[in-house]
Structures are given as C-alpha cells and as structure tokens.
Design a protein around this ligand. Structure first.
Ligand code: KG4
Ligand code: ZN
Length: 368
C-alpha cells in the first residue's frame, strides 16, 4: 500500500473541537487547514471544564468544524461546501482519517471517535487512532504557513532521534526519551498536579479566569518574580518525577495570611503571578536539562499547552546558551501547543497503524 500523504485529523479530548488536514512534505508536515472551536469561554464561567457540558459543545461543533477544515484545505468539491450529505457522496481527497482515542474526557472523546469511525466507513478510508499525549509532541514536526518559525526562533528543520520530550499540558507533565517514531521510554512524570493544572489552580486562587496559564503569564509580564520565595518541588530529586501540588498549597497559604490583604493589592498579585510562573519554569527546565545530560541527548522537544508560555521558551533558550550546551531546542508555535488536530494528523503520518473502525474504542485513561 502507498504511504499516506494527506490525512484528516480529528481531536475532541477536552473542550476543543478540532479538525485539520495535513500533508507530508519530506520530513515535515504541511498544514492545509487547522480549525479549532473552543468552549473554553463557556467553561470559564464555571471556573473549569464541566465534562457533560464540554461533550454537548463537542456534538454541536464537530460536523461544522470538520466541514470547515475540508473546505479550507480545498479538498472538497466547491458545490458541496455547505452540505455534508453531498460530501458523503464525494469523499474528499484524503488518504486516511486520524482521531484522538484518549486520554481525555469520555463524553468528549466519544464524539470525535464515533464521528471518525462513521466517516472512515462511509468514505472507505483507513482510520488511525492517536494517543493525544503522543500527538502533542508531533506539533514539533508541523511547519506553519505563516513562517512563525522565525518569530519563535525555532530551528526550521525537524527533530532527530534520539530526542528528549517534555510534555506539559493541563493534565500531564511527562519526560519521555524518543528513540524513533513510536519507540520511546517514559522517564518520569508528575506525582500529583501537572504543570498546567498548577497554573490553573493558582489562577483560581487569585480569582483569575480559566484557563489560568495564559492569565498568570499575562500578569507576570508586569511583575517581579523575585518578590516571593516559592518552593520548587522535587527540583533536586534524583529521578525525573515532578510534583506541583506543594507549590499550589504554598500560594494558598500566602493568600490566607495577612487576613487576605494580599489579594486586593494589584502590584503584589502581579509579583505573585511572576513568582508562580518562574517557580514552575525553573523546575521544568532544570529537570529536562538534567535528563538530557543523563541520557546524552542533544535534542529537546517541548509540547502541550504550557509550552505556549513565552517566558518558558526564552528561559530554556537562555539556559542552553548560558551553559554552552549543544542542545537543539524545539517548541511549536503557541497555536500548535494547545489542543489542535494538526498534531494528531501529523502523529498519524509518522505512526501509521490503521485500525478496524468497528472495534475502535475511546479510552479516557490511555497513557503513553
Ligand atoms: O495541551 P492543552 O491545551 O490541553 C490539555 O491537553 O490539557 O493544555 C492546557 C493547559 C492549561 O492548563 C493552560 O492553563 C495551559 O495549558 N496554558 C498555559 C499557557 N497557555 C495554555 N500555561 C502557561 N502559559 C501559557 N501561555
Ligand atoms: Zn492536550
């Protein structure tokens, strides 16, 4: 069978409904379309994701989002632009469909998985299940049309193996040693809260909206990170595990002190935001560079929503320069760090393992 060149990706693991069409271009992946509808603004009203509500939003968005991705990629007959039934008669010029089958919220996952299974059967296309966590790393193989490579100072080539992967998302903080596509060793991960979860929980303590990472990072740009001496949990531990719940507790205790006077002082909140951000960044960078040294890897790939944090990116680059390390550092542009379907389709291009659409199941607890 010919190697697939064009894949439609579908991602619905949490509160983003995403579809993308990508094309293999040498060792890189070109994005033909990348559509994301997020219910985060709705979830923000409740301070976090409500699973049932997220699933209902997925159902509303899934067909329009897939349709939009196909239209934008120019793979659709123009006459069928707004009528899905005619696209079923004329399957788009894709080679396969990739879908996130876990981990995530079961209600949300089911919407993407069942839609992908149906389309795969109706269009007679191979179906490739993709682990969402692995998918995040593949954003590092995606080239963007807007040349944001130069804006984010990324190398314009793709990672080589072996490389060390740091996944920092809302639910995961993992260090993984990649030996090849699909061949990896798990080195360590968080024992409690993930880095993104810590950002979100601290933001909540500061009465900031969900998701908290971007909010803390915005405030932090005008704050002084040296004003609060917050803990850097497990920064010196010999293993590659993480723990962020102690940092969150330290912030909660600080806010409880002084009869809550801290909360109402805006400059102090900015300093606290900067101190939280710096504490998380210090732990992530120290442990990643230690792992790179131990496993003699000179390529690092970072992925997941927290990788959209520009302070983290500049601190990583600074440390690599400062210690004169020969480490090549890869991080996707911010829009590919948070949940999207281009990364899912890209992962499928390099890990092409079609499955039977009739038996594919969503697995909310899938691990790396
Ligand atoms: O990967 P992702 O979009 O979804 C999951 O798979 O979990 O990650 C979401 C996480 C949230 O915790 C959010 O607060 C965090 O990524 N995040 C950030 C930034 N943008 C998103 N954290 C820090 N700084 C940011 N700029
Ligand atoms: Zn994610």
């Amino acid at each position: 069978m010919n190697k697939p060149q064009i894949i439609l990706g579908i991602e619905t693991s949490c509160d983003e409904t995403a579809a993308a069409v990508v094309q293999k271009s040498g060792n890189r992946v070109k994005v033909l379309s990348n559509v994301v509808a997020s219910s985060a603004a709705l979830q923000a009203k409740y301070g976090g994701v409500i699973p049932e509500q997220a699933a209902r939003e997925q159902i509303k968005s899934i067909i329009p989002v897939i349709q939009e991705a196909l239209v934008q990629s120019n793979l659709y007959p123009p006459s069928s632009k707004h009528h899905l039934p005619s696209s079923i008669i004329h399957p788009p010029a894709i080679d396969a469909i990739a879908v996130t089958n876990g981990p995530g919220l079961i209600g949300s996952l089911l919407v993407g998985v069942e839609t992908a299974k149906t389309l795969a059967m109706v269009w007679n296309k191979p179906l490739i299940p993709v682990n969402h966590l692995l998918g995040h790393f593949y954003a590092n193989w995606v080239s963007t049309a807007d040349n944001s490579d130069t804006l984010t100072h990324r190398p314009t080539d793709t990672p080589n193996f072996p490389c060390l992967g740091l996944l920092i998302s809302g639910g995961h903080t993992d260090l993984v040693l990649f030996k090849d596509h699909g061949k990896y060793e798990y080195l360590g991960g968080t024992r409690d809260d993930a880095a993104g979860e810590c950002f979100d929980k601290c933001a909540r303590l500061l009465s900031l909206p969900y998701p908290g990472g971007p909010e803390i990072s915005k405030l932090a740009t005008r704050g002084d990170a040296s004003k609060f001496d917050l803990p850097r949990p497990m920064i010196d531990s010999k293993d590659f595990d993480f723990s962020f719940s102690g940092l969150k507790t330290a912030v909660a205790n600080l806010l409880k002190g002084n009869n809550g006077a801290l909360r109402s002082n805006e400059p102090t909140i900015r300093d606290l935001a900067a101190s939280i951000e710096q504490a998380i960044i210090d732990v992530l960078i120290t442990k990643t560079l230690k792992a790179a040294q131990k496993y003699k890897v000179n390529q690092i790939i970072v992925a997941g929503g927290v990788a959209a944090n520009q302070k983290l990116v500049s601190n990583f680059q600074f440390q690599i320069l400062n210690f004169k390390l020969k480490t090549k550092f890869f991080v996707p542009p911010p829009q590919l760090c948070t949940d999207n379907a281009a990364m899912i389709a890209a992962a499928a291009l390099f890990n092409y393992h079609p499955t039977d659409p009739l038996t594919l199941q969503a697995n909310p607890n899938l691990s790396l």
